[in-house]
Design a protein around this ligand. Sequence first.
Ligand SMILES: NC(=O)c1ccc[n+]([C@@H]2O[C@H](COP(=O)([O-])OP(=O)(O)OC[C@H]3O[C@@H](n4cnc5c(N)ncnc54)[C@H](OP(=O)(O)O)[C@@H]3O)[C@@H](O)[C@H]2O)c1
Length: 280
Amino acid sequence: MDAFTIGGDLEVRRLGFGAMRITGKGIWGPPEDPEGALRLLRRVVELGVNLIDTADSYGPEVSENLIAEALHPYPEGLVIATKGGLRRTGPGEWPRDARPERLKECCEASLRRLRVECIDLYQLHAPDPEVPYEDSIGALKELQDEGKIRHVGVSNVSVEQLAQAREIVEVVTVQNRFNVVDRSTEDELDVCSEAGIGFIPWFPLAIGDLARDGGPLDDVARAHDATPGQVALAWLLARSHVMLPIPGTSSIEHLEENLGAGELELSAAELDEIAAAARG
Ligand SMILES: NC(=O)c1ccc[n+]([C@@H]2O[C@H](COP(=O)([O-])OP(=O)(O)OC[C@H]3O[C@@H](n4cnc5c(N)ncnc54)[C@H](OP(=O)(O)O)[C@@H]3O)[C@@H](O)[C@H]2O)c1
Protein backbone atom coordinates (compact mmCIF):
# COMPACT_ATOMS: atom_id res chain seq x y z
CA MET A 1 0.00 0.00 0.00
CA ASP A 2 1.23 3.47 -0.73
CA ALA A 3 2.49 5.93 1.83
CA PHE A 4 1.88 9.56 2.72
CA THR A 5 4.34 11.98 4.27
CA ILE A 6 2.86 14.02 7.10
CA GLY A 7 4.38 17.48 7.50
CA GLY A 8 7.19 16.77 5.05
CA ASP A 9 9.04 14.30 7.29
CA LEU A 10 6.78 11.64 8.83
CA GLU A 11 6.22 8.94 6.26
CA VAL A 12 3.31 6.70 7.18
CA ARG A 13 1.46 3.84 5.59
CA ARG A 14 -1.92 5.24 4.62
CA LEU A 15 -3.97 2.79 6.71
CA GLY A 16 -3.39 3.54 10.37
CA PHE A 17 -4.94 2.36 13.63
CA GLY A 18 -7.38 4.18 15.90
CA ALA A 19 -6.63 3.37 19.54
CA MET A 20 -9.90 4.63 21.03
CA ARG A 21 -11.44 1.15 21.18
CA ILE A 22 -8.85 -0.40 23.51
CA THR A 23 -10.44 1.03 26.67
CA GLY A 24 -13.51 0.10 28.71
CA LYS A 25 -17.13 0.66 27.57
CA GLY A 26 -18.04 4.27 26.82
CA ILE A 27 -14.30 4.81 26.22
CA TRP A 28 -14.03 4.85 30.01
CA GLY A 29 -11.64 2.95 32.26
CA PRO A 30 -9.47 -0.05 31.48
CA PRO A 31 -10.40 -2.64 28.84
CA GLU A 32 -11.97 -5.93 29.92
CA ASP A 33 -8.88 -7.76 28.70
CA PRO A 34 -5.77 -5.59 29.22
CA GLU A 35 -3.39 -8.37 28.06
CA GLY A 36 -5.45 -8.69 24.86
CA ALA A 37 -5.16 -4.94 24.27
CA LEU A 38 -1.37 -5.13 24.63
CA ARG A 39 -1.24 -8.07 22.19
CA LEU A 40 -3.41 -6.14 19.73
CA LEU A 41 -1.13 -3.09 19.84
CA ARG A 42 1.95 -5.24 19.25
CA ARG A 43 0.20 -6.91 16.31
CA VAL A 44 -0.63 -3.46 14.84
CA VAL A 45 3.08 -2.70 14.60
CA GLU A 46 4.05 -6.22 13.48
CA LEU A 47 1.68 -5.82 10.55
CA GLY A 48 3.54 -2.71 9.43
CA VAL A 49 1.11 -0.03 10.62
CA ASN A 50 3.08 3.04 11.64
CA LEU A 51 0.37 5.60 12.40
CA ILE A 52 -1.48 5.14 15.69
CA ASP A 53 -4.09 7.70 16.68
CA THR A 54 -4.92 8.22 20.34
CA ALA A 55 -5.92 10.99 22.78
CA ASP A 56 -5.44 11.80 26.45
CA SER A 57 -9.24 11.52 26.79
CA TYR A 58 -9.46 7.86 25.66
CA GLY A 59 -10.00 6.15 28.99
CA PRO A 60 -8.97 8.88 29.98
CA GLU A 61 -5.22 8.11 29.96
CA VAL A 62 -5.82 4.40 29.39
CA SER A 63 -5.13 4.34 25.65
CA GLU A 64 -1.87 6.32 25.90
CA ASN A 65 -0.68 4.21 28.85
CA LEU A 66 -1.39 0.94 27.02
CA ILE A 67 0.44 2.19 23.91
CA ALA A 68 3.54 2.99 25.97
CA GLU A 69 3.35 -0.30 27.88
CA ALA A 70 2.99 -2.35 24.70
CA LEU A 71 5.37 -0.54 22.40
CA HIS A 72 7.95 1.55 24.27
CA PRO A 73 10.80 1.80 23.29
CA TYR A 74 9.11 2.61 20.02
CA PRO A 75 10.31 1.17 16.74
CA GLU A 76 11.89 3.58 14.28
CA GLY A 77 9.32 5.34 12.16
CA LEU A 78 6.27 4.73 14.39
CA VAL A 79 4.14 7.89 14.52
CA ILE A 80 1.91 8.23 17.57
CA ALA A 81 -0.60 11.00 17.08
CA THR A 82 -2.33 12.14 20.23
CA LYS A 83 -4.78 14.91 21.09
CA GLY A 84 -5.79 17.27 23.87
CA GLY A 85 -8.70 19.62 24.39
CA LEU A 86 -11.47 17.45 25.85
CA ARG A 87 -12.26 16.58 29.45
CA ARG A 88 -13.88 13.37 30.66
CA THR A 89 -16.59 13.50 33.30
CA GLY A 90 -17.96 9.96 32.85
CA PRO A 91 -18.57 7.21 30.27
CA GLY A 92 -19.62 8.73 26.95
CA GLU A 93 -19.18 12.32 28.25
CA TRP A 94 -16.71 14.60 26.47
CA PRO A 95 -16.96 18.27 27.50
CA ARG A 96 -14.56 20.53 25.62
CA ASP A 97 -11.77 22.40 27.40
CA ALA A 98 -9.17 23.97 25.15
CA ARG A 99 -7.94 26.78 27.37
CA PRO A 100 -4.27 27.44 26.57
CA GLU A 101 -3.07 26.68 30.11
CA ARG A 102 -4.95 23.40 30.15
CA LEU A 103 -3.70 22.33 26.73
CA LYS A 104 -0.15 22.87 27.97
CA GLU A 105 -0.80 20.71 31.04
CA CYS A 106 -2.41 18.04 28.89
CA CYS A 107 0.52 17.98 26.49
CA GLU A 108 3.00 17.63 29.38
CA ALA A 109 0.95 14.74 30.77
CA SER A 110 0.81 13.02 27.34
CA LEU A 111 4.59 13.39 27.00
CA ARG A 112 4.99 11.63 30.35
CA ARG A 113 2.50 8.87 29.62
CA LEU A 114 3.86 8.18 26.15
CA ARG A 115 7.44 8.40 27.54
CA VAL A 116 8.70 10.72 24.79
CA GLU A 117 10.38 14.11 24.78
CA CYS A 118 8.52 15.32 21.73
CA ILE A 119 5.13 14.27 20.34
CA ASP A 120 5.28 13.69 16.58
CA LEU A 121 1.74 14.87 15.92
CA TYR A 122 -0.36 16.71 18.52
CA GLN A 123 -3.93 17.49 17.54
CA LEU A 124 -6.38 19.94 19.05
CA HIS A 125 -9.29 17.56 19.64
CA ALA A 126 -12.02 20.13 19.00
CA PRO A 127 -12.61 23.87 19.07
CA ASP A 128 -13.91 25.01 22.48
CA PRO A 129 -16.77 27.51 22.09
CA GLU A 130 -15.71 29.15 25.38
CA VAL A 131 -12.17 29.89 24.14
CA PRO A 132 -11.13 31.91 21.06
CA TYR A 133 -9.87 29.33 18.57
CA GLU A 134 -6.72 31.33 17.90
CA ASP A 135 -5.83 31.15 21.62
CA SER A 136 -6.05 27.34 21.63
CA ILE A 137 -4.04 27.06 18.42
CA GLY A 138 -1.56 29.64 19.77
CA ALA A 139 -0.89 27.34 22.75
CA LEU A 140 0.01 24.49 20.38
CA LYS A 141 2.30 26.84 18.45
CA GLU A 142 4.09 27.68 21.72
CA LEU A 143 4.45 24.00 22.56
CA GLN A 144 5.91 23.46 19.10
CA ASP A 145 8.34 26.35 19.54
CA GLU A 146 9.44 24.75 22.84
CA GLY A 147 10.18 21.48 21.03
CA LYS A 148 7.43 19.50 22.78
CA ILE A 149 5.39 18.99 19.62
CA ARG A 150 6.85 18.24 16.23
CA HIS A 151 3.72 18.82 14.15
CA VAL A 152 0.29 20.29 14.82
CA GLY A 153 -3.00 18.82 13.66
CA VAL A 154 -6.59 19.95 14.16
CA SER A 155 -9.82 18.02 14.51
CA ASN A 156 -13.56 18.64 14.18
CA VAL A 157 -13.04 21.85 12.23
CA SER A 158 -14.85 23.81 9.56
CA VAL A 159 -13.14 25.26 6.50
CA GLU A 160 -13.06 28.64 8.28
CA GLN A 161 -11.50 27.26 11.46
CA LEU A 162 -8.89 25.40 9.42
CA ALA A 163 -7.98 28.63 7.62
CA GLN A 164 -7.78 30.45 10.96
CA ALA A 165 -5.46 27.80 12.40
CA ARG A 166 -3.23 27.89 9.30
CA GLU A 167 -2.70 31.63 9.85
CA ILE A 168 -1.03 30.79 13.17
CA VAL A 169 0.78 27.51 12.65
CA GLU A 170 1.52 24.98 9.92
CA VAL A 171 -1.34 22.49 10.14
CA VAL A 172 -0.26 19.09 8.84
CA THR A 173 -3.42 17.03 9.45
CA VAL A 174 -7.16 17.50 9.83
CA GLN A 175 -9.17 14.82 11.65
CA ASN A 176 -12.87 15.07 10.86
CA ARG A 177 -15.78 12.65 10.80
CA PHE A 178 -16.01 11.19 7.30
CA ASN A 179 -16.99 7.91 5.70
CA VAL A 180 -18.83 6.73 2.62
CA VAL A 181 -22.27 7.24 4.22
CA ASP A 182 -21.39 10.51 5.97
CA ARG A 183 -19.58 12.93 3.70
CA SER A 184 -20.58 16.07 5.57
CA THR A 185 -16.95 17.24 5.87
CA GLU A 186 -16.17 16.91 2.17
CA ASP A 187 -15.35 20.65 1.89
CA GLU A 188 -12.59 20.34 4.49
CA LEU A 189 -11.30 17.22 2.72
CA ASP A 190 -11.08 19.15 -0.55
CA VAL A 191 -9.01 21.90 1.11
CA CYS A 192 -6.67 19.23 2.49
CA SER A 193 -6.33 17.42 -0.85
CA GLU A 194 -5.44 20.70 -2.54
CA ALA A 195 -2.93 21.76 0.13
CA GLY A 196 -1.36 18.32 0.74
CA ILE A 197 -2.60 18.24 4.34
CA GLY A 198 -3.26 14.74 5.71
CA PHE A 199 -6.98 14.03 6.26
CA ILE A 200 -7.72 11.52 9.02
CA PRO A 201 -11.37 10.44 8.77
CA TRP A 202 -12.82 9.33 12.10
CA PHE A 203 -15.64 6.76 12.14
CA PRO A 204 -14.26 5.40 8.82
CA LEU A 205 -16.45 2.30 9.30
CA ALA A 206 -19.41 4.27 10.70
CA ILE A 207 -18.71 2.65 14.10
CA GLY A 208 -18.65 -0.78 12.51
CA ASP A 209 -21.97 -0.51 10.61
CA LEU A 210 -20.12 -0.49 7.28
CA ALA A 211 -18.20 -3.62 8.25
CA ARG A 212 -21.37 -5.71 8.61
CA ASP A 213 -23.09 -7.67 5.84
CA GLY A 214 -26.46 -6.49 4.61
CA GLY A 215 -25.48 -2.93 3.69
CA PRO A 216 -24.92 -1.00 0.46
CA LEU A 217 -21.38 -2.31 -0.08
CA ASP A 218 -22.25 -6.02 -0.25
CA ASP A 219 -22.34 -6.38 -4.06
CA VAL A 220 -18.93 -4.86 -4.67
CA ALA A 221 -17.52 -6.80 -1.71
CA ARG A 222 -18.79 -10.10 -3.13
CA ALA A 223 -17.36 -9.32 -6.57
CA HIS A 224 -13.89 -8.95 -5.03
CA ASP A 225 -14.19 -11.74 -2.48
CA ALA A 226 -13.72 -9.01 0.10
CA THR A 227 -15.72 -7.81 3.09
CA PRO A 228 -17.93 -4.70 3.18
CA GLY A 229 -15.56 -3.10 5.71
CA GLN A 230 -12.64 -3.56 3.34
CA VAL A 231 -14.66 -1.93 0.56
CA ALA A 232 -15.53 1.04 2.82
CA LEU A 233 -11.86 1.57 3.64
CA ALA A 234 -10.67 1.05 0.05
CA TRP A 235 -13.24 3.64 -1.07
CA LEU A 236 -11.79 6.13 1.41
CA LEU A 237 -8.21 5.43 0.28
CA ALA A 238 -9.24 5.99 -3.33
CA ARG A 239 -11.16 9.20 -2.54
CA SER A 240 -8.00 11.28 -1.96
CA HIS A 241 -4.23 10.82 -1.86
CA VAL A 242 -4.20 12.64 1.53
CA MET A 243 -6.72 10.23 3.14
CA LEU A 244 -5.34 8.40 6.21
CA PRO A 245 -8.09 6.17 7.67
CA ILE A 246 -7.61 4.96 11.26
CA PRO A 247 -10.18 2.18 11.73
CA GLY A 248 -10.61 1.36 15.40
CA THR A 249 -10.96 -2.13 16.75
CA SER A 250 -10.38 -4.16 19.88
CA SER A 251 -9.93 -7.36 17.89
CA ILE A 252 -6.86 -8.77 16.12
CA GLU A 253 -9.12 -10.52 13.64
CA HIS A 254 -10.83 -7.25 12.67
CA LEU A 255 -7.47 -5.46 12.52
CA GLU A 256 -6.15 -8.02 10.03
CA GLU A 257 -9.33 -7.84 7.99
CA ASN A 258 -9.24 -4.03 7.90
CA LEU A 259 -5.63 -3.94 6.72
CA GLY A 260 -6.62 -6.16 3.79
CA ALA A 261 -8.37 -3.07 2.37
CA GLY A 262 -4.96 -1.77 1.33
CA GLU A 263 -4.73 -4.54 -1.30
CA LEU A 264 -8.19 -3.97 -2.73
CA GLU A 265 -8.32 -2.18 -6.07
CA LEU A 266 -11.68 -0.80 -7.11
CA SER A 267 -12.47 0.46 -10.60
CA ALA A 268 -13.69 4.01 -11.19
CA ALA A 269 -17.14 2.59 -12.01
CA GLU A 270 -17.21 0.64 -8.74
CA LEU A 271 -16.15 3.69 -6.74
CA ASP A 272 -19.06 5.64 -8.26
CA GLU A 273 -21.43 2.72 -7.66
CA ILE A 274 -20.40 2.56 -3.99
CA ALA A 275 -20.79 6.30 -3.53
CA ALA A 276 -24.27 6.23 -5.11
CA ALA A 277 -25.40 3.10 -3.21
CA ALA A 278 -24.20 4.53 0.09
CA ARG A 279 -26.19 7.71 -0.44
CA GLY A 280 -29.26 5.43 -0.49
N1 LIG B 1 -11.23 13.29 16.51
C1 LIG B 1 -12.34 12.84 17.02
O1 LIG B 1 -13.20 13.59 17.53
C2 LIG B 1 -12.59 11.36 17.01
C3 LIG B 1 -13.86 10.84 17.32
C4 LIG B 1 -14.04 9.46 17.27
C5 LIG B 1 -12.97 8.63 16.92
N2 LIG B 1 -11.74 9.16 16.65
C6 LIG B 1 -10.59 8.30 16.24
O2 LIG B 1 -10.98 7.62 15.08
C7 LIG B 1 -10.76 6.21 15.26
C8 LIG B 1 -11.76 5.44 14.43
O3 LIG B 1 -13.07 5.70 14.91
P1 LIG B 1 -13.93 4.59 15.68
O4 LIG B 1 -13.04 3.57 16.25
O5 LIG B 1 -14.79 5.31 16.65
O6 LIG B 1 -14.92 4.09 14.58
P2 LIG B 1 -14.79 3.07 13.34
O7 LIG B 1 -13.36 2.81 13.04
O8 LIG B 1 -15.69 3.57 12.27
O9 LIG B 1 -15.48 1.77 13.92
C9 LIG B 1 -15.01 1.11 15.06
C10 LIG B 1 -16.03 0.05 15.43
O10 LIG B 1 -16.13 -0.86 14.35
C11 LIG B 1 -15.92 -2.18 14.79
N3 LIG B 1 -15.08 -2.82 13.77
C12 LIG B 1 -13.85 -2.43 13.35
N4 LIG B 1 -13.40 -3.25 12.39
C13 LIG B 1 -14.38 -4.16 12.17
C14 LIG B 1 -14.50 -5.27 11.31
N5 LIG B 1 -13.53 -5.60 10.45
N6 LIG B 1 -15.64 -6.02 11.37
C15 LIG B 1 -16.65 -5.69 12.23
N7 LIG B 1 -16.57 -4.64 13.09
C16 LIG B 1 -15.45 -3.89 13.06
C17 LIG B 1 -15.20 -2.07 16.10
O11 LIG B 1 -15.62 -3.13 16.96
P3 LIG B 1 -14.57 -4.30 17.39
O12 LIG B 1 -13.76 -3.71 18.49
O13 LIG B 1 -15.46 -5.40 17.79
O14 LIG B 1 -13.75 -4.63 16.18
C18 LIG B 1 -15.66 -0.73 16.65
O15 LIG B 1 -16.80 -0.86 17.45
C19 LIG B 1 -10.87 6.03 16.77
O16 LIG B 1 -10.29 4.81 17.19
C20 LIG B 1 -10.16 7.26 17.26
O17 LIG B 1 -8.75 7.07 17.21
C21 LIG B 1 -11.55 10.50 16.68
